[in-house]
Structure formats: structure tokens, C-alpha cells
Design a protein around this ligand. Sequence first.
Ligand SMILES: Nc1nc2c(c(=O)[nH]1)N[C@H]1C(S)=C(S)[C@@H](COP(=O)(O)OP(=O)(O)OC[C@H]3O[C@@H](n4cnc5c(=O)[nH]c(N)nc54)[C@H](O)[C@@H]3O)O[C@H]1N2
Ligand SMILES: Nc1nc2c(c(=O)[nH]1)N[C@H]1C(S)=C(S)[C@@H](COP(=O)(O)OP(=O)(O)OC[C@H]3O[C@@H](n4cnc5c(=O)[nH]c(N)nc54)[C@H](O)[C@@H]3O)O[C@H]1N2
Ligand SMILES: [Mo]
Length: 906
Amino acid sequence: MLEMNRRTFLKVTGTTAAAVAVAPKLVGAMETELGGKDIDPVGAGERVGIPVTCHVCNIQDGAIAYVQDGRIVKLEGNPEHVSTRGRLCAKGNSGMWYTYDPDRITYPLKRVGARGEGKWKRITWDEALKEVAGKLDEAIKEDPNSVFLKYGRNRTGGAIDRFMHTLGSDSILNHTSVCESSKKVGLEPTWGPDIETPDFAHAKYILNFGSNILEAAYFHNPLSQRVMEGTVENKAKLVTFDVRLSNTAGRSDEWIPVFPATDGAIALAMGNVILSNDLQDSDFINTWTNVTVDELKAHYKQYTPEWASKLSGVPVETIERIAREFATTKPATLFTYRGPAKHLYGSYNEKACMMLPIMTGNIEKRGGYCMPRGMGWPQPEPQPPKPAKHAFMNAHHHPDYPLASHGTSHMLPYHIANGDVKVKVYFTYQDNPVYTNPGAQATWGKMFRDEKLIPYYVSMSPFMGEETALADLILPDCPYLERWEPESMPNSLHPWLGIRQPVIKPLGESRENRIILRDIIHTLDPDGSRGMKKYWEFADGEDYMRHHFDNVPKLKEDGGLDFLKKHGVWPIYGKLDGTGKIVDKTGREIEAEYGLHMKELSADEMLGAIVDPTAGTITKNGEAIGVQRNGKNYVGFSTPDRRLNVRVDGWAKYGFNPMPTFKQIPWHKDMQDDEMILTTYKINVHKQSRTAAVKWLAEIMHSNPAWMNSETGKKIGVKTGDLVRVESKVGYVVTKAYVFEGIHPKVIAIPTGFGHWEYGRLANLKHKEKAGGEYGAADDADLNNVWWDDRGVHANAMIPNVVDPIGGSQGWYDTVVKVTKAGPEDKYGDVKGDWDKHMEAYKESLRYAYTGDLHRTMHPEMAAWGGPDSVNQEAAHQAAPAPEKAPEAEAAPAEGAEAAAKEAAH
Ligand SMILES: Nc1nc2c(c(=O)[nH]1)N[C@H]1C(S)=C(S)[C@@H](COP(=O)(O)OP(=O)(O)OC[C@H]3O[C@@H](n4cnc5c(=O)[nH]c(N)nc54)[C@H](O)[C@@H]3O)O[C@H]1N2
Ligand SMILES: Nc1nc2c(c(=O)[nH]1)N[C@H]1C(S)=C(S)[C@@H](COP(=O)(O)OP(=O)(O)OC[C@H]3O[C@@H](n4cnc5c(=O)[nH]c(N)nc54)[C@H](O)[C@@H]3O)O[C@H]1N2
Ligand SMILES: [Mo]
């Protein structure tokens, strides 16, 4: 720290002659400019600002990192960024503490004790690479698919897939099934892309089903700005359905508490009210969807408000009133996130919700429900071919879940334990399933400890997360401020491309991921004779980025990568004004383009095209390029027939209802009086498992009492601060209660992100211990200032595996628990999960798959369908994993929804 002595003080205040020259600059930067500059408050010199894309969480905000004397001293929003518009959240402001985490791993480490014992030996990169290459060599000779890589966040722009494909392995898994997959799978077949971009800023009515937009949610920084604009400046009404009074619900005009997993029923009943009162947009439905208004009316008759009210607990009057308000206030938009989706029938819920903007014609309108806008980039050539053999399961495919196009990766430990798949080498990249998946230490932890199941495990991480602590070898990757990555996210209505670039040199011997992967391949194939090296011929991260960005049309003319290095984002749409808007040269706010589906195809594009006489779909060279409507040739939506597919025939093929529908969670039907449902949610200043060691954020929030309703508290004799035991069929935790009115009486809510047992000293309050032997990078004087002694409790060990048979999602918010006052044996922080019981839960979830016996019981309306035996099983197993939405854009540069869809997946 610089000390503020009299001399430096005088210098800053500009009262000495020497300081006169710097004073105006200081004043200018701080008072008359909006940002993008930073001045050292002591020396008064201007700090170097380097634009990056934030990656403390996964929203991808445009940021600027300020560097002084080689150290990152401050972060702020990039004022040139069209989505972020100069603002960053608390997490974004704290990102340098990833880099300067005193327990960061900066050298390759080899395990020397038993797995998880915490004994490590520092080795050289040469030794580490030789060891990994040796193991890979053995594995790929036997079966390339025995090399597994599971990632959480993967913003490498294609490098991970390139690596695995170079090895010939298809065993690439991701975390999307614990994240939001059922939302994506609910949307995609109807809509095309796997996300929507609501135009909150211009809406007059906003319906929010289960998203905590203002503090978490996908895109919470860009979207919360627009929600505030909509509600404050445009006087939009915001209505939130949530099981608890989230910060978003609390700032809504109305919070409507719902019984868990019943959003779909409410949305269907609202549709019933709209259709039976003729409040729908018939013209839109008849023109742009694959059903008619009459068909829709007939179908929705069954979903009465009385029926939905019984299921959800929401009064009939409320359902009717909100439905009328939504349908008659234009423009209106809707947003959902994980609240409706993370259930056994999450995809049905999502589908039911999205029907509301569709039937009211609020699609692709200013203030409405819009398609995502994004951009793609080309891949370096040559590219490795796709693996010859399909893996049993991967990020897009599982034999029992053919519709789950974003995978069901959370089932992996059971398949490994059952011998369905065989692992020789296992990599993790930004993935901490031992903490973030159902069962956590009781399932994934048990699996990683078993050398028979996982013979060799490599973690590519800079942090000693719960997963990394169980590795055989740690390859120290770089946190986001030290690496190159391409970016694009459809988080505003203006598409953009961005980059991450190293703002300082990697600390210690850390290497950024694409370099680690390259070095492994070069060690495996030093002279290129195995045909692998040719896919990895690049000098460094920057060189790789040139392959992505130097040939994107239009960007190329603006300077390609050099433009992005300077600005962090492209294009620059305008200038940030004092009200927080991006304005053009005349001072007017830049307008988004709407009605993307109504762009007309040119005569050139129509040349040689064929028009389907019934659906109107226009195809050219076997590919659908548009749809003919009222004699005009439009590009339409990016579904196979270019219309919105309200009826999803692909679902019927596997015995699911192709029309909007609802299924109640069977185990929620006959709950006992003393049973409740557990919800685990996110809070504003933390990000999953990864921010507990970020000191500024840990100081703001470090513990997570369980919310419960006053009525419930009274019933079980518990008040705020008392210990409670929360027990499910697979385990239990003992935690503190927080008793108040802001939660449904049948729900108990415990936020995630707390109760670590690894992740360095601060996260698990072992900060009094000395820096950790071989890997501990440094001491941090602030660790002496930690004043709290509560690290919270993590609930995942008692959450069983549940799989949405359509969307593949983990049913996080379905767990039935008994909550009792803690007994004399119970201690705060007790956590228990039982592997055998988790295995039972996994078997139970398979019974709901289309191949399982409970499937038919659950779908009597699909009786006409003959059951799993009637579909060609072989074909189902081989089925190309539905529309492959890779986490990174592989497409050639393209604007619009299709490219955006690829970006959004993660
Ligand atoms: N600050 C912060 N922001 C984040 C993240 C983070 O960790 N921290 N993570 C990012 C990621 S990875 C994701 S996927 C998104 C998630 O973004 P969101 O989905 O918006 O957030 P969640 O907390 O997962 O869940 C949303 C809400 O669902 C509610 N809920 C539970 N069950 C039901 C139900 O049956 N019906 C309804 N209507 N509501 C229900 C919960 O109470 C919670 O408030 O956030 C992203 N943004
Ligand atoms: N109970 C419950 N659990 C949940 C949820 C819930 O609602 N309820 N939500 C889920 C959701 S939405 C999601 S998205 C998942 C997230 O699940 P994960 O993707 O597993 O979670 P993260 O905490 O983001 O991953 C952190 C791991 O990445 C590594 N890491 C961190 N930073 C870096 C880096 O810069 N480079 C590299 N190479 N590695 C790094 C660390 O080793 C760390 O252990 O969690 C889910 N878990
Ligand atoms: Mo997520």
C-alpha cells in the first residue's frame, strides 16, 4: 500500500506548483467524464486501462481493468459496451481477487498422499506434460472415448472441443443439466434459439416466472438495467411469480408466491383466460405458428383457473386478472429462468410460459419478447474431424433422454459406478461437481476418491476447489484477467463481439488453457507424425485470436483483433450519455432492430428455392431458408419449418405431449403435513462455488441461514437463529433458521455458494493457518482482519438426482424435506449424504425417462402412443443429438438468432 504522506497529499490536491499540471486532468477524469479513465489517487498519474470481458460469473459484461506498476488495481464497466453500458456488479468489481487469491495455484502440482489428503509436490511443466501425455497415449490406443473432459464454464471459443476431437474422444460433458437445460429444451423446438432477449426497457408489462433478474439470472447486469428503465422510466408493471420474496420479487409491483413447480399450470390457465375472452392476437397465431387459433382454443379449454389455483395456491381472481392485464397492456414481455425449469417437468413449464407472449403476438416487437442477437466467429483451420465413435453420453446426448439436447451430465457418477462407461483419464475444466452437483461430496466426491472408477484425474484450475483437491495432477490455468478468449452474448438487443485479453502476465508458472491444451498435444505428437499437431499450430493466445477475428467481415475493415484489443468490444454503437443510455451523434438513443422474422428474402435468395404448399416453408438446396406468408417471402424463425412450433411433433415421438401441457410432480401430490420443499437459490454478491475466497465478497456475505415462513416456524417451534435439521430421503443438513413472512409456507430456501470444505483458507475459515506449503502463493494481510466465524452450510449432499425426461435438467427445486428443531446430537454445519440412497434416487429418475415404466403412467393422454418398444430404439440411441448447440460458436461469422443461440449455451 502507498502511504499518504503530506507530500503526496499536496500533490493530489494540487496546491504545489509541481502538481498544477496534473490537477486539471484529475478533475477532468473524475468529474466531467463518464468513465473509461482512472487516476491514481496518490501519485495522480493516469492508470493504464485495458478493456476485457468480465468472467467472475458468466454474464460476460464489458469491463476495463486498470493496471498500475504491473498490478491490477481496479475494475469498472466499459462505457463503450452496448450491453453493460459502463456498469459492473459487485462481483465484477472484485475480479482482481481471483488473480491475487493468496491460495491460488501457480505451479503444476502432483498428488503425493492419498486422494484428497492435501499433500502435493511441485513439479515442472515438462514433467507434468509428459505424465499427462503418457496417460493419454495409453488411453487413446485402447479407446479414445475413455478420455473424459467435463467443463462448467467454457468460453474458450472452441479450444476444448478441438482438444478432445484431436484425441478422437466424444466424451465431452458440461454442466448445463445442473444449470438451465430444461429452459433451453423447452424453448428450442418451438422458438429455434435456446434463449430469448426480452425488451424490458420498452415494455409496459413484464411477467417474470421464477427469475431473480435483479440479482442473479442470466444477464443480470444488462437485464436489470433494462428492467429498471422499463419500470421507472416507462412505468411498466412488473409481476413476479416466485416461491420466495427474492430481491426481484421485492422490487416488483406484485409478488405472487407459488407452490413449487406449478408455474406451468398458472401459465396455461392464463392462456385459457386469454383465449376464452378472445384477447389473443389471432392474426399472429394463424400467420406465424403451426397451429390455428381454433386448435389452440380447443386445447386450452381444459386448463381452467380453478384447476391451476388448486395446484399452485394462487387465487383464481389473481390468475384471471394478471392474464387480462398481460393480454391488454401492449407491449408486454415475459421472462423465465430457473424457477419454472429446474423441475421434473421443467421443459413443459417453460413451454407453457412462453406461450403467453406468443398468443398475444408480443413477438419481435419493441417492448416485447425478442429473439437473441449475437455474433459468431470462424475457427482456425485445419480443424480435427468429429470423433469416429459416439460416446455413451456426452454434453448433448444420453440414450434414455433423446430430447435432452443439452445433456444429462449430472447422471455421470452412477453410469461410471455401474460400468456403463469406462474412464481412463478424466479432466475437469472450470467445473466443481463435488460441490455444485446433486449429492456433491456424497456422490461426485465418492467417485473421484475411487481410483478404480477414475484411474487418473487431472484438474485444470488455478483454485483448490472441492474437485481439484481430489485430483492426481493440477495444471494451473489462468483466471480471466490473464487469458485470451473470444466472446459474444445475446444480453442486449444489439449484437456484439468481445474479447478477454491478459492485462498482466500470468502469475508464477500459470498457463492459459488453450496453451495448456496445445502443449499437451505437442507432447503427444512432437513431430506431427500422429496427425495431431497440425490442429495446434499457433504461437500463443493472441495468435489464436487472430484466426478468429482477423477475418470477420466488417470487423476486418475496422482493424480485426487490433480493434478489439483497443476497445474490448465491436461494434461501438454510440456514446454513453449522462443518463446511462448509448446515444448516436445527434444525442438520440440508438434503437434496436425489431421484427427479425419479417425480413424479406431477396430475389437472389429465392432463386432455385422451393415453397411447401401447406406450411409455406421455403427450402433451397435442402435447407429451410424462410417461409411464405400472405404472398411474401420472409426469413421467418429458425425452426425447421421457419414458423413457431407450438405443436412439437418431435416430443410426441417419445410419448410426450406435443402441445403445451402440465404435469404435477408425483411426489408433491400427497405431501405430509410436516413435509416441505427445499429451494436453493443464488444471491447477488456470490457466484456458485467460485467466489467464497474473494475477500470483498466474502466480507459482504459469508453465511446462509435457511428461510422459512413464520407460520412454519411457529408450527415446529423455531425462531430466527435456532438450529434446524433439514432432512431429505438421501441425507440431511443442520443449519440456522431465518423466520419471516417472505416465503411460501411449504418452502424452505437455502442459498448456494456457502459451506465450503476446500477452496483455500478464506472459504473454509482456516485463514489463521500459514500459506499452504507447495502451492500457497502468498500471504494476505487482510486474512488477519477476518471478523466473521460462520462460513455457512452447503445443502447439495441431501439433494437427490432428478432428471426431466424431456429437458434433462436436474430437478433442484423438487426435493421434499422434513424440517425439525435440531436435537442434542445435531451440530451446526453437519452435512450428510448417503451414496446408496443417491443411487436409489438415480434409479427412480430413470423410471420417468421415455424408456421407463412410470413414463406411461404419467402420460395417459398419450395412450395412443405404443410405448418405448414402438419407437426404433436403435435409431433413438444413434440419433444425432438434436440441434447441436455448441457452447462456443463454430459457425462462420453470422449475425442473428442462430449465431446467438450458439453463444448463449454454456
Ligand atoms: N449473482 C449471481 N448471479 C448469477 C449467478 C450467480 O451465481 N450469482 N449464476 C448465473 C447462472 S449460472 C445462472 S443459471 C443464473 C440463474 O438465474 P435465476 O434462475 O434467475 O436464479 P436462481 O437463483 O437459480 O433461481 C431463480 C428463482 O427461482 C425461484 N424458484 C424456485 N422454485 C420455483 C418455482 O417452482 N417457481 C418459481 N416461479 N420460482 C421458483 C427461487 O426462489 C429463485 O429466486 O444466474 C446467473 N447469475
Ligand atoms: N443446490 C444447487 N446447486 C446448484 C444450483 C442450484 O440452483 N442449487 N445451480 C447450479 C448452476 S445454475 C450452475 S451453472 C452450476 C455451476 O457449477 P460449476 O460450473 O461446477 O461451478 P463453478 O463454481 O462456477 O465452478 C468452479 C470451479 O471452476 C474452477 N475455476 C474457477 N475459476 C477458474 C478459472 O479462471 N479457470 C479455471 N480453469 N478454472 C476455474 C475452480 O476449480 C472451481 O472449483 O452449479 C449448480 N449448482
Ligand atoms: Mo447456471
